[in-house]
Design a protein around this ligand. Structure first.
Ligand SMILES: Cc1cc2nc3c(=O)[nH]c(=O)nc-3n(C[C@H](O)[C@H](O)[C@H](O)COP(=O)(O)O)c2cc1C
Length: 358
């Protein structure tokens, strides 16, 4: 019934739908629910310790026998630049004052770490069926070990050049991430955000350029979007934003409200929250400091000084300093259990594809 079976065969899932990994707003619960609905569930590990990631995978394995994907960031770690950090703190000082916080207090918040030897050992131990990366691939030796453990690997490409690079470096599938997508741009061969093509333009060009199956991502939130992705030559889709309002996600109450109220023009690309460009619903700090600011320290250090502000504001029910990552199709999101949503998405896509074929 699906026009292309290559990803169903690769993932061994019922549907060619991937629940996007979404660090910070989901855990095993959403992975389990999406897998029960027939999707490939992805566990975001960028903000988890090795112990926590292991525990999460064990929880998933106890509840479902479906294949799973573990997801990691593989940016190049850079040391904190004290001068930039001080400048950033100064830029944020009025907010610290307003919230009654001491800018000199040390911050101890979880941040985003790149895939390393310890995480690689965990992958070798747990052997997830799929490992997906963001920001390219890890160094060849680590990637080789992941593949030798029997895991299929994929990563996001935001341009044709990145897609070709990923295929040449061993990708089993490529996620073509268009500009509409929520969260960080997976870009790794360019830093120019104005160059990123939209999903509609990117997917067919990536399909033409590589032999491996292509997963379309960005702005896909219902059966129409999934059918369009197949029409463009994709063999499956990766969907993030549309799952954020599921009861199994860990999105906090006020952020759920922002998601429910967002419209087509509510999101912007900002570097203020982490130091790397990402799309989210515009909030106070994105508007007042950015959305793009030359003052933001390099990824992921911009997030450090924002962490106390985020925590204090959230206590007051505010998301002024929370990274409300969401894509341009946020308005199409629905509040329903993730298994039900997955089946509804697949059913609507198949119905539309068969109508189009007739
Ligand atoms: C809240 C949120 C968090 C995200 N975190 C990650 C992540 O940890 N790893 C990753 O590879 N992609 C991440 N992404 C990007 C997704 O993989 C995917 O490209 C995007 O969700 C697709 O666009 P959509 O949100 O319009 O469906 C995130 C996206 C969102 C919305």
């Amino acid at each position: 019934m699906w026009p292309d079976h290559r990803l169903i065969d690769l993932f061994k899932t019922e549907f060619p739908i991937v629940l996007a990994p979404m660090a910070g707003v989901m855990d095993a619960d959403l992975v389990i629910a999406a897998a029960q609905g027939g999707a490939l569930g992805s566990l975001p590990c960028a903000m988890l310790s090795v112990e926590k990631a292991r525990e999460q995978v064990h929880i998933i394995r106890q509840r479902v026998s479906a294949p799973i994907s573990m997801n990691f960031f593989c940016h190049k770690a850079v040391a904190v630049d004290p001068a930039r950090e001080a400048n950033w703190k100064e830029r944020l000082a009025p907010y610290y004052k307003e919230m009654g916080l001491d800018a000199a207090s040390p911050v101890n918040a979880a941040n985003r770490a790149p895939f390393d030897g310890a995480m690689c050992e965990l992958v070798e131990e747990l052997k997830p069926e799929i490992v997906s990366f963001h920001f390219g691939f890890p160094e060849a030796a680590l990637l080789g070990r992941v593949k030798a453990a029997g895991c299929k690997v994929m990563s996001s490409a935001t341009t044709v050049r990145e897609a070709i690079w990923l295929e040449e470096h061993g990708a089993d599938a490529i996620i073509a991430q268009g500009a509409e997508a929520g969260g960080h741009r997976g870009m790794f061969l360019t830093e120019n955000i104005s160059e990123q093509p939209s999903t509609f333009a990117l997917v067919p060009q990536v399909v033409d350029a590589v032999k491996v199956p292509v997963v379309a991502a960005g702005g896909i939130a219902d059966g129409r979007g999934i059918a369009a992705a197949f029409a463009l030559g994709a063999a499956g889709v990766q969907i993030g934003t549309a799952y954020l309002r599921c009861p199994e996600s860990k999105v906090i109450g006020p952020a759920r409200m922002a998601l429910a109220q967002a419209r087509d023009d509510s999101t912007v690309i900002t570097n203020v929250m982490t130091g790397r460009p990402a799309r989210g619903i515009a909030n106070r700090v994105m508007r007042e400091v950015g959305p793009i600011s030359a003052d933001a320290p390099q990824f992921p250090h911009a997030a450090t000084a924002l962490a106390p502000l985020k925590a204090a504001a959230e206590k007051q029910g505010k998301v002024d300093f929370t990274n409300l990552w969401a894509g341009q199709a946020v308005r199409l999101g629905r509040e329903m259990p993730a298994a039900e949503l997955t089946r509804a998405l697949a059913g609507a896509a198949l119905a539309r594809l068969s109508r189009l074929a007739g």
